[in-house]
Ligand binder design. Sequence first.
Ligand SMILES: Cc1cc2nc3c(=O)[nH]c(=O)nc-3n(C[C@H](O)[C@H](O)[C@H](O)COP(=O)(O)OP(=O)(O)OC[C@H]3O[C@@H](n4cnc5c(N)ncnc54)[C@H](O)[C@@H]3O)c2cc1C
Length: 351
Amino acid sequence: MGPSRVLVVGGGIGGLSAAIALGMARFDVTVVERQQDVHSSVYGVGIIQPSNALRALEAIGCAQACIAAGFPASGWGKMYDVEGNYIHDNGNVGSNFEHNVYVEAIGITFQYNHLGALLPGAGGNNLKDRSAGLVVRYNWIEHSNRQLDLVHGEDSVLVRTDPRYRTTHVYGNVIIEHPNSGNNDICFYGGDGGSAQKFRKGVLHFYNNTVVSDRTDNTRLFRMATNDESIDARNNIAYVTAAGANLQVLDNYGRLTLTQNWFKTGWTRFVVSRPKGTITDNGTVTGTSPGFVSLGGQDFHLTSGSQPIDAGTLLNPAVLPDHNVVREYLKHLSSVARAVHGPLDIGAYEF
Ligand SMILES: Cc1cc2nc3c(=O)[nH]c(=O)nc-3n(C[C@H](O)[C@H](O)[C@H](O)COP(=O)(O)OP(=O)(O)OC[C@H]3O[C@@H](n4cnc5c(N)ncnc54)[C@H](O)[C@@H]3O)c2cc1C
């Protein structure tokens, strides 16, 4: 049998947490602290306790006391903008639960990032998000189970009650799906597990993205959790190298509005035969090829005369002016101003 008495030297957060946890495990713990004043180790500053710290405090029964002693910081998510990073080789081999990026914040923006492949054999998603006011623009997102898994705020009522919780913007991205990369979803929106009351139940504005899939089976562009979610999809290219029928636009639930997207001829509306959701098609451009500069070379700029040129529609007034399409992703980790001549082109690049 091991020792049952423990001496902890230092009564900071580390020492005190260890002492409480050891006490819960029935050790006889003594803490010694050289300072007489318990507040002396970190003078005069506010201490931020993010959700991972609160979870650890919860495990030793201290989270509620910590929350009661503090106050919410409304600008917190602002510290989390993610710009110009190459994020890859994350996740855990053989598991779907660890992702390339997994965040829950308020007012977070991802831009000019290259979100690459997870570890070989890791089954997670590329960008999994539980935020309010998420903006994903001008990124290169390639590989993984779902490229975008936009689900409900799980950890904080502050996220779910933020006015931006029900509005999400995804625009100007290049999104690429490959064979043997998990399920065939590109973008899931709404919520997963738990109570559906917490789901986003709002609008995903998904526009001027270029989605390319070289899967040999089906590619599913959108999936929504319930009929309370809706997606306004306009000016996107969705190209599959497989037959057009392998491009499935919506799984089952949700309200999808399509306006001036370019889809491969023969595209399929729903995955299921008796869908619970609705698709309103205000006009779709179809063809066999969108006219990329080089599919094999992954240059998804448009060539002269290609169908998407000048074929876009006006953006939803609700996204303007803050979320106008004014830049393009520049390989890699950068961006350039998007040219302005004539009506918007469809896709992430202006000819
Ligand atoms: C200005 C500032 C701002 C910070 N802001 C944040 C923040 O916002 N969020 C956050 O999570 N973290 C923050 N941190 C970091 C956080 O304060 C530390 O990570 C944390 O306090 C470390 O805890 P600890 O118990 O490991 O060490 P400490 O807090 O340093 O505790 C060690 C204790 O051991 C005592 N001690 C040392 N030697 C002996 C000895 N021989 N005998 C007896 N007692 C001894 C010391 O007096 C001290 O009380 C901040 C730190 C600073 C300095």
